[in-house]
Design a protein around this ligand. Sequence first.
Ligand code: COA
Length: 229
Amino acid sequence: MIRPARPEDAPQAAYLMYLSGPSFALTILGGPESHAIGVLRKLFPIPNHLYSHTYAFVAEAKGKVVGLFLGFDRKEWEAARRAMGRELGFRWFKIVRPWHLPRVIPPLLDLARTFEPLSDEDYLIQMLAVLPKVRRRGIATRLIEFAAERARSKGLKRLVLDVLIENEGARRFYERMGFRAVKTVTDPRFCRRFGVRGSIRMAKPLGVGRCRDGAGEAFQGAACLSAGV
Ligand SMILES: CC(C)(COP(=O)(O)OP(=O)(O)OC[C@H]1O[C@@H](n2cnc3c(N)ncnc32)[C@H](O)[C@@H]1OP(=O)(O)O)[C@@H](O)C(=O)NCCC(=O)NCCS
């Protein structure tokens, strides 16, 4: 079952958010792992910002949260970004160790600077993760299908996401789901800051149409685009 997340999902959600990008969590929030997860756990119940339950959806199996993603259209993304300052404000002082606070802002600015902008037709998927012990059972596939349905219901035309170059497993998963690379970010400061090789923006067109080659078969937009027909 996939459902909107609730504030009380924070313990499981925080762990999954951490798994979706440990290098980002540790750089922005500070290590060790248990500390970064603890910070995410405090952030998650607060509404409207980038790491909030407001934009999160969870996969549940036998009553337990086993997978998660956060989804945003362009307006939601911009509102969530503004809420990082407005909504969280002074709360940052309680959430992050005070001496680490000056180290939170530069990586967040680097992320914002290198972020490939969204169009009005995009639905952004962030922080997709599934618990290790239940991977390869189709849970992430269901989450992406759910995101696609949500995007379609909003009248949007494309799913987009960012994945690290070195995250080959996730890249293979996204390719299998019909995503294709549209841009690579290898900004040296971004890569140095997060200790990564770079990030790839991947996109998957939504909707049904016909291939131009006249084969006459209904297709999912991504399949024809990627085949260049
Ligand atoms: C990537 C991730 C979300 C996939 O979740 P999942 O529930 O295991 O994925 P699914 O079971 O739906 O996979 C469907 C298919 O995608 C492909 N796939 C999934 N994970 C893969 C991997 N690690 N390597 C290669 N192919 C993979 C396979 O073809 C798989 O089908 P198969 O199991 O029949 O071979 C999961 O591995 C994960 O949480 N990784 C850590 C967090 C992460 O990297 N998130 C992405 C952030 S951008």
